[in-house]
Design a protein around this ligand. Sequence first.
Ligand SMILES: [Zn+2]
Ligand SMILES: [Zn+2]
Length: 429
Amino acid sequence: MGSTVTVCEFVCGALLVALGPALLRGQDPSASDEVQALERQRQLTRTALAAEAAGELDRAQAAWAAMLRVTPLVPPPFTSGDPRLLVLAKARALRVAVVERATATAAAADAKALGKPCPQCAATGVLACVVCKGSGLAEVRVGRQLKKEKCEPWEGCPRCRGSGRLGAEAEATRLLLRLSTVAASEAARKDPFTAVRNVLKDLKAPLPFTLAWPVTESERLRRAAPRIPFDADTLKAEAEARLKVAWSDASPLERRHFLAAHALDVSAFARALDHLDDGTDPPSLAQVEREAKPITLAELEAGAAEPFHAYTTTIVVGAAPVGAAAERALPLAGRLFVPDADPRLVEFTAYAPEDLEAFGALERSGFFPAADRLVRVYPPRAVVKVLKELGEGVSIVVTGRIVVPRRGVPACVFEVWRAERADSGGGRK
Ligand SMILES: [Zn+2]
Ligand SMILES: [Zn+2]
C-alpha cells in the first residue's frame, strides 16, 4: 500500500501544478470544473492502483475506464503527451488481462467439472458390441441359412460406468449419464426430429459446462443434419428429407452418438448466448438510434462505454461483410468482421435471419425462453442486407447496443442494429 499512496501523491502534486494558473484566476466556472475533474481523476487513480495491487483486476480496469470519461485529464507524473492515450492503454491492457483470466477460469471450471475423457470408450460411455458392431442385428446360422437376429448394439463402458469421463464431479457425471440414457432410448425412434426434440426436452436447459462429443460413429448423421440448433418447424423439405434418409441408414449406435452430440452442441450454443436473456426488454430501433453516442473503437475496447447493457452507441470502423470467417466466441451466423478489433475485447454481431430461426428453435426446445421477445424488434434483414452490399474493406458506421457476456468472454458484444457506409475518410483501400 505504501508505494500506492506515494504514486497517488505524485499524481496530486502534478495535478496541482498543472492547475495552478487556473486556480489563481479565481472564481472562473471552468476552473471549478477542472478542480472537480482533477479530484475525480485523483480518486479514480487511487482506486485503480489499490485494486490492481490487491489483484482485483476488474475493479482496477473499471477505474481506468471511468477515467476516460473525465475531462480534462492531466498527465500522470513523469509522462508527457496526451494523458488520454496513456489512460486508454492502461485500461485496454487491464481489460485484456481480465478477459484472459475469465477465459482461464471458465476452462478450469469445465476441467474440474468434467475430469478427463475415458480412454477405453473414447469418452462415449459405451463400447460397441463386437458381434453386431453397433448395428443391433447379428447374423446367425440356422441350419444352412444365415439369418439376422436382434443383438444388443453396445454395452456400458466398465471403466467410466457410462459417463464417458474419469474423475468428473458428481453433478456432471449425473447429467452426462442421464443424457446418455435418453439418447440411447430415443435412438430407436423412426423419426429423427422427434428423437432430437425429446432429448432436448429431457435436458430442459443448457448444461453448466461446455463439452463437445467426440466425433466417432456419428459423423455421417452430423453432416446430414442442418446447422444447429434446428427443428422440423422451420426446416425446408429438402433438409428434412436429408436427415431422415441418413437416420434410417444409421445404426442404433450412430443414432445414439448423434443425439448426444447434438444435444451437447445445442447446449453449448444456448450457453454462449445466455447473456442475452437478462430479463429486460430489448430497445426499439428508434430508441437505439436516438440514444446512440459516438465512441471510438479504442474506447470501446478499453471499456469506456457507460452504462453497459441496453446501451447504444455509434462507431466508425473498417469492416468486412457478414459471413467473414473469424475465430469468434459467439456461435451466430450474423457476423461482422472488423479487422482492427481484438475479438477478445469486442465482437460485432448482427442477427441474420438464420440466427432468428435458431433462436426460435431454442425457444421451442425450452432452452431459451426469452428468445422470441429478444429478437422480435430486431431488424435482421435490413442490417444483413446493408452489410452484404457494402462488401469488404469499407468504413462503416454501426449503431447498436453493448451487451456483456456472463462469463466475461469476450469482454463485450456490440449488437449492430444499423449499419451504413461512412461518408468521409477512414476507408481501408
Ligand atoms: Zn450386438
Ligand atoms: Zn468409458
